[in-house]
Design a protein around this ligand. Structure first.
Ligand SMILES: Nc1ncnc2c1ncn2[C@@H]1O[C@H](COP(=O)(O)OP(=O)(O)O)[C@@H](O)[C@H]1O
Ligand SMILES: O=C(O)C1=C[C@@H](OP(=O)(O)O)[C@@H](O)[C@H](O)C1
Ligand SMILES: [Mg+2]
Length: 174
């Protein structure tokens, strides 16, 4: 069993929003590893970071991703930092991986409304987001089989672009 598509990208790129819509468009089920971690730990992600620290969260995340990759055959959205793990990158090698990209301005705007992301909850989220993009863009590109620039697209337009990339025959037939 293997996911139809794994969705990666920075916070605010739309992995958790577009993932379920993409799953519906492809006629498959959806799973989000952040939800799996919260369910398993019985705590919010911000509480795991605050109580146990980021390394503890990353260990839970690596395990959650490995389990979901083995169990799930629909669309699987990961948390933004998941591909930082070399083990996770190795596991993603044989999968269809959709990289939803987002630029600094849109990324900050989309994540600014929520305090649910502990990494971006500091005093200068813009600088943090820029450093995060600089560090991670090469990592996302290393694992991606498809890249979609989401800044100027609605979630529905992102889904259409993803379906066109994943199932070009289907789009041509319409
Ligand atoms: N293409 C888009 N255009 C505008 N807003 C978006 C888009 N994709 C996601 N959003 C919004 O950005 C916020 C973060 O989206 P989310 O799916 O949680 O991102 P991620 O899971 O990648 O961190 C949500 O408020 C969502 O509604
Ligand atoms: O970028 C990151 O390191 C994180 C992104 C979050 O998920 P989203 O990318 O879905 O916001 C969540 O996993 C956690 O707060 C850490
Ligand atoms: Mg998410």
């Amino acid at each position: 069993m293997s996911p139809r598509a794994v969705v990666v990208g920075p916070p605010g790129s739309g992995k958790s929003t577009v993932g379920p819509l993409l799953a519906a468009a492809l006629g498959v089920t959806f799973r989000d590893t952040d939800d799996d971690i919260v369910a398993r730990a019985g705590r919010a992600i911000s509480d795991i970071f605050a109580d146990d620290g980021e390394p503890a969260f990353r260990a839970l995340e690596e395990e959650a991703v490995a389990t979901a990759l083995a169990e799930h055959d629909g669309v699987l959205s990961l948390g933004g930092g998941a591909p930082l793990s070399p083990g996770t990158r190795a596991r993603l090698q044989d999968h269809t991986v959709v990289f939803l990209n987002v630029g600094l301005a849109a990324g900050v705007q989309r994540t600014g409304m929520s305090s649910a992301r502990p990494l971006l909850a500091g005093i200068n989220p813009r600088a943090t987001f820029k450093a995060l993009l600089d560090q991670r863009l090469p990592v996302y590109r290393e694992v991606a089989t498809v890249e979609i620039e989401t800044d100027k697209l609605t979630p529905e337009e992102v889904v259409a672009a993803a379906v066109a990339a994943l199932e070009p025959d289907r789009v041509r037939e319409q």
